[in-house]
Design a protein around this ligand. Structure first.
Ligand SMILES: NC(=O)c1ccc[n+]([C@@H]2O[C@H](COP(=O)([O-])OP(=O)(O)OC[C@H]3O[C@@H](n4cnc5c(N)ncnc54)[C@H](OP(=O)(O)O)[C@@H]3O)[C@@H](O)[C@H]2O)c1
Length: 264
């Protein structure tokens, strides 16, 4: 994730000397320096103490130790942006020094950010400077679209709509390709047709300026083949099935936040 953010920032005009990165592995640092032409360090504190915005892009399991190590060298004028799923902002604030912590932002990006097509939810916990908000917006706008939410719980809703959602589309593609193969198409051709159709449909939805419901109506001639397929989805409750899956994702996000908070 950190590499895609760095790539996105450079592509959107940030200079290489405005970005520093830290990683414990020499091989990772060398690869990042080679690829992006930015400076790196093995010491998180060396990098973080110079930064207006400190992006915490480590696995949730090690966030606590990384944040607590950084706390002594961070100032309240800085902004810390965590992209770790499931770590509540209050826990981050505690780990980063409590009352003396930097401004805290939680970001919830999704994997298409790796291609510059991400969708990211952002939440500011307490006071975050205008400059901190703007730089955070710029950073995630560079890898897709962004939206700020007023309440932290809305990040869990964004997990359901965007964070976990690439997998829903993959599951749908998987099901269509498998059904195509069952009908008699060669499996690789069914998959190729499925992926191309998904890409085309997503581009039409993104570029047509019409809601998906309207696009669906337009391609559904009364009495035609698509109408029969859509009738089947409706009969078997596709909207309820999807809503139930998203409720389950939100519930799991809540449980994970509790686990990390209790472990803090
Ligand atoms: N991948 C996604 O699409 C996605 C989406 C939303 C949110 N997130 C969140 O983004 C965070 C990063 O995920 P990721 O997939 O990018 O993980 P990742 O590929 O494992 O990247 C984590 C990086 O942190 C480095 N690291 C390990 N220990 C460190 C330490 N003590 N100090 C500094 N750096 C350290 C790792 O270095 P080495 O590997 O060199 O040891 C690795 O380069 C996670 O919290 C995840 O929940 C990811």
């Amino acid at each position: 994730m950190a590499s895609s953010l760095i790539g996105g920032l450079l592509a959107s005009g940030w200079s290489a000397d405005s970005i520093l990165a830290a990683d414990p592995e020499a091989a990772t640092r060398a690869a990042v320096e080679d690829r992006f032409g930015i400076l790196t360090s093995s010491a998180n504190a060396d990098v973080a103490k110079h930064a207006d915005i400190v992006v915490l892009s480590v696995k949730p399991q090690i966030m606590r130790i990384v944040a607590q190590d950084l706390a002594p060298c961070l100032q309240s004028e800085q902004t810390a942006v965590s992209i770790a799923a499931g770590i509540p902002a209050a826990a981050l604030k505690r780990w980063l020094g409590g009352d003396t912590s930097p401004g805290i932002v939680r970001a919830m990006p999704n994997t298409p950010a790796l291609l510059g097509e991400g969708a990211t939810g952002l939440y500011a916990h307490g006071a975050v400077s205008d400059a901190g908000r703007q730089a955070t917006t710029d950073m995630f706008d560079a890898v897709g679209i962004t939206t700020w939410v007023e309440q932290e719980v809305a990040l869990d809703w964004i997990i359901a709509v965007a964070g976990s959602a690439p997998a829903y589309y993959f599951a749908f593609m998987e099901a269509i390709a498998a059904a195509g193969a069952k009908l008699g198409l060669p499996a690789d051709e069914a998959q190729r047709l499925t992926i191309s159709t998904a890409l085309g449909a997503a581009r039409m939805a993104a570029e047509a300026g019409e809601a998906p419901a309207e696009l669906r109506r337009r391609v559904t001639s009364p009495g035609g083949t698509t109408a029969e397929a859509i009738k089947h989805f409706e009969q078997y409750g596709l909207p309820d099935l999807v809503a139930g899956a998203m409720d389950a994702a939100v519930a799991r996000a809540g449980e994970m936040a509790k686990e990390f908070d209790e472990g803090a």
